[in-house]
Design a protein around this ligand. Structure first.
Ligand SMILES: Cc1cc2nc3c(=O)[nH]c(=O)nc-3n(C[C@H](O)[C@H](O)[C@H](O)COP(=O)(O)OP(=O)(O)OC[C@H]3O[C@@H](n4cnc5c(N)ncnc54)[C@H](O)[C@@H]3O)c2cc1C
Length: 422
């Protein structure tokens, strides 16, 4: 069995960033990354691809090109982790032993999680920036009016803001192509607010009202019928007073009651985020929470990012059970904590740094040329980048933040973060 001092599962945002940072600290470290992917994708720009304002090709590079020099790339799927034996089992049946392990395999799209979704996706106006943003753009371009339904599942998802960012861009686009007057834009969410942090929710409600978007809270998507072009929702509010519906004048969107606490909304286009969960091999291994609301997600201390049961194992990114938004921005703050603490454990240097405070950020694009930069930490506590907040009020829609999203952040990702410099 081959052995590496440090094995990283996943060569995405988290895995590559951690490997690069480790090598910058000590270029002699023996690091292997397990990842079967040919391509590495800058996913945050898929929102812009879906709105026709960014080229898909610019979001994709070869995995080989982002692999840090000096790392051994094992181009395979991990299929099991056996932490008691310090080894990872590969799909091929081979085993890789490790001294220390970093787990960062991202999140899994569960296309079977909603009946009808798999059949509906990618045709008949059913699109997702999480799956194929170029099809989203095609749908927006060809839209002739009617119900434009935007929605999201009740599971955790990566970049929780993405399902509404594309809606605001679509609203702008519908105005531009002259179909806004004959369009109902609907946002149906299982949540009870437009955004969890008040300062940003206030601004987003202004955007919602500017476009006359119909907001439907406590709507849990249960089924899609692509033949009837209807999305079926269970209403989850425990009492009627919670059933607030914003900008819905006398039910003009034509929703129907179809059973006890069930509603059907007809759509002419539908954008959604598929249900998501931790990759199956994580769910099934000992490193995952075995019970409770985090069941199946990687179990790590929310501040040190170390496994509570295995001192030589750390985790970060979308697969981890951290009570904050799953974003690349969060990983930017998680990676240095993983690196510092991993080196600490390797050198037997006592106390770990409980330095990760849940920081995450969501660049909420609210239209072409407009963005609100929402930054927050554990408990939805608002946070601000000290440099940016010196110059701009990030709770307001800003052209400068749009420029940051379209040009600044991709540069920061490819040239700084993946190289371990930011
Ligand atoms: C539409 C959209 C918009 C987004 N917008 C933003 C945004 O504006 N800002 C932001 O910060 N974030 C955004 N994100 C989220 C961000 O891209 C993710 O949170 C981030 O990439 C997660 O990093 P990760 O390392 O956990 O997973 P990933 O980057 O997804 O990498 C996971 C890696 O693990 C590999 N892998 C999977 N299974 C296995 C296995 N069994 N064995 C080995 N390797 C495996 C995969 O091939 C992949 O390379 C967005 C995402 C989407 C889809």
């Amino acid at each position: 069995m081959k052995k590496h001092e440090i094995v990283i599962i996943g060569g995405g945002t988290g895995g590559i960033t951690v490997a690069s940072q480790l090598l910058r600290k000590d270029s002699k470290l023996d690091i292997a990354i397990i990842d079967p992917a040919d391509k590495h994708i800058y996913q945050p720009a898929w929102t812009l691809v879906g709105a026709g304002t960014y080229d898909l090709e610019k979001t994709i590079r070869s995995e080989a090109s982002v692999m840090p020099e000096g790392v051994t790339w094992i181009k395979e799927f991990a299929s099991d982790i056996q932490p008691d034996e310090n080894k990872v089992v590969l799909k091929s049946g081979d085993e890789i032993a490790y001294g220390y392990l970093v787990v960062a395999p991202g999140i899994q799209m569960d296309m079977d999680g909603i009946p009808g979704l798999k059949e509906a996706m990618g045709k008949g106006g059913v699109c997702s920036n999480y799956v194929d943003p170029e099809y989203t753009w095609k749908v927006l371009q060809e839209f002739k009016g009617g119900n434009a339904l935007f929605t999201q599942p009740a599971t955790p998802i990566k970049c929780g803001g993405a399902p509404q960012k594309i809606m605001y861009l679509a609203a702008d686009h519908f105005k531009k192509i002259g179909v806004a007057d004959k369009t109902n834009i609907i946002y149906a969410t299982p949540g009870s607010v437009i955004f969890g942090v008040k300062d940003f929710a206030k601004t987003l409600m202004k955007v919602v009202n500017r476009h006359g978007i119909v907001l439907k809270y406590f709507h849990k998507l249960e089924r899609i019928d692509p033949d009837e072009k209807k999305a079926y929702y269970r209403l989850t509010a425990t009492d009627d007073s919670q059933c607030i519906s914003v900008n819905d004048d006398n039910g003009h969107i034509g929703e129907e009651i179809v059973g006890d606490a069930m509603m059907a909304i007809k759509y002419d286009m539908l954008h959604l985020a598929p249900p998501q969960s931790a990759p199956d091999f994580i769910k099934e291994c000992k490193l995952a929470h075995q019970e409770g609301p985090n069941k199946g997600w990687m179990n790590i201390d929310i501040n040190t990012l170390q496994s509570p049961d295995y001192a030589n194992v750390f985790g970060l990114g979308d697969a981890a059970a951290l009570p904050t938004a799953k974003t690349g921005a969060a990983i930017r703050k998680q990676a240095p904590v993983v690196v510092e603490n991993l080196l600490h454990v390797m050198k037997n240097e006592g106390q770990l740094n409980p330095g990760y405070d849940g920081y995450s950020s969501c660049p909420l694009v609210t239209g072409y040329g407009k963005m609100v930069l929402a930054e927050f930490g554990y408990g939805n506590k608002r946070m601000s980048d000290p440099l940016i907040s010196k110059f701009v009020d990030t709770t307001k829609e800003q052209w400068s933040m749009w420029m940051l999203k379209k040009y600044g952040l991709p540069f920061m990702y490819w040239d700084l973060m993946l190289k371990g410099k930011a």
